[in-house]
Write a protein that binds this ligand. Sequence first.
Ligand code: HEM
Ligand code: HEM
Ligand SMILES: [Fe+2]
Length: 482
Amino acid sequence: MTALGIFSSANLNGGQKLAMKYFAVSLALFGAQILFGLLAGLQFLMPDFLFGVVDFSVNRTLHVNALVIWLLYGFMGGVYFILEDEAKHPIVGLGLGNLIFWVLTSAVVIVILVYLLVQVGPGEMSSIWLINEGREYIEAPRWADIGITISMLVFFFNVFATFSKGRYTGIGGVLVLDLLALAGLYVFGMFYTPNISMDQFWWWWVIHLWVEATWEVLVGCIMAYMLIDTMGVRRKIVETWLYIEVALMFGSGILGLGHHYFWIGTPEYWFTIGGFFSALEPIPLVAMVVHAIFDAGVHKMKNKNHPALGWTIAQAAGNFFGAGVFGFMHTLPQINLYTHGTQWTASHGHLAFFGAYSTAVIGFFYLAAQKARGNVWMSGNLPGNGWKWKWAMALLWIGMIGMTMALLIAGYEQSQIERAIEGSTWMGYFAAQEHPWFIQAMVWRQLSGYGFLLGYILLVWDLLTIGKGETRPAQVVETGTH
Ligand code: HEM
Ligand code: HEM
Ligand SMILES: [Fe+2]
């Protein structure tokens, strides 16, 4: 261990060194996501902007793919970060894990370059293999899919083998099973069928069963570690909650899949199944909020990393509002008939992804920053009263809420004019799209996006400097107090 306050890999164990690489790429791709989001947003206001140079379809693809990849990198980093400490054993196959990091990262860079260099072309098998598969969020061509699957298997091997050789914990057990499901589901987004209903049917297995089942559980595991590590919450309490949340999550989330089967040509019974089970989905999210408040209360907010705690609380609240409340709003078929595919959906999509997942990854960035500087003080009384992390958090949230609300207003307007008044006609679509309320909402989304960008810049600055020159060791949190 080097002196306190100095950023050094000597402060980290093997898994944590690898985690830092994942976190670095994750943070950079977060920036790329914002950049392409802002370009796509500008094209709503100025449709000719960059037309033929970087088309809207390309910006949008890069925006949502960068999102999925930076979150996955953040999760993988989070898992590698906790692995040795949780299993009390050095990572099995770390060399292979390191190799896979470089393979995966090279593949990501190539895929991004190909998206930018080959923007239009024929819809042939060679395009699916080499250029773009055309399935939203997971557009990566098939060669990359195969590479991603192999990388995931290595990642799974690292986690599984380390827990097998080391200590078994509840968090470890849930994590291993969940990663298996997460990697297995990816395969359903890989095969090709010319029938669009069938294609969508399977594609949702990846998208929905990732974000509303396996990702939630993964985040549950790493946040459980976060609570134990930063606040000293007793393992038994955390793991009991984890089991309850996982049971509720899978109980509602798996058949909740039906809320995507209302209008794609699937049988009518999905109305009932999808409506009923997805309406239950907010319940585990409420449990998570109760859990977080309970722990924070019992420990009187005493913890060793204030920014990480701030983002943990933000995660519980963001997950509840973004996924639970904003998801519930449009999940009944009677309502979804009017809101389906409008900006209402985008409003929910933004708040849910940010609230449930970006927050968790940012919390881990702070945990890593603390550890890399030799486990320094990061509780109250930070230099300058910790203004940077607080303003970064405030600006990111103000930006996100601004975007979400603007999109919600646009979504209301579309549901009313395009669907209710004009009866979902082609003309109705344009009437809604050209209405001043829609255009104003797009302006507000863009302005909020700039605020979000400022928050991101401040976040990066803070992560690079927090704890620099700090001489106090981290606050000690006693375990086993409740
Ligand atoms: C963190 C968890 C969640 C995330 C990240 C998330 C994200 C998203 C995204 C991005 C979409 C748009 C998909 C597309 O491109 O068409 C979507 C659609 C949808 N989500 Fe969620 N969601 C989450 C949880 C939930 C929950 C808990 C519910 C219900 C209670 C829900 C209900 C829906 C519905 C009904 C749609 C379809 C909207 C439409 O018909 O256009 N979501 N979600
Ligand atoms: C500067 C900030 C951002 C801007 C200006 C922005 C803009 C956009 C735009 C223009 C689209 C395309 C919408 C459409 O096709 O109608 C989009 C889609 C999307 N963005 Fe963002 N975005 C930003 C940040 C974020 C963040 C931080 C997240 C998540 C953490 C996110 C998640 C998504 C998702 C999930 C979609 C797909 C939504 C759907 O299909 O319904 N965006 N964004
Ligand atoms: Fe869903």
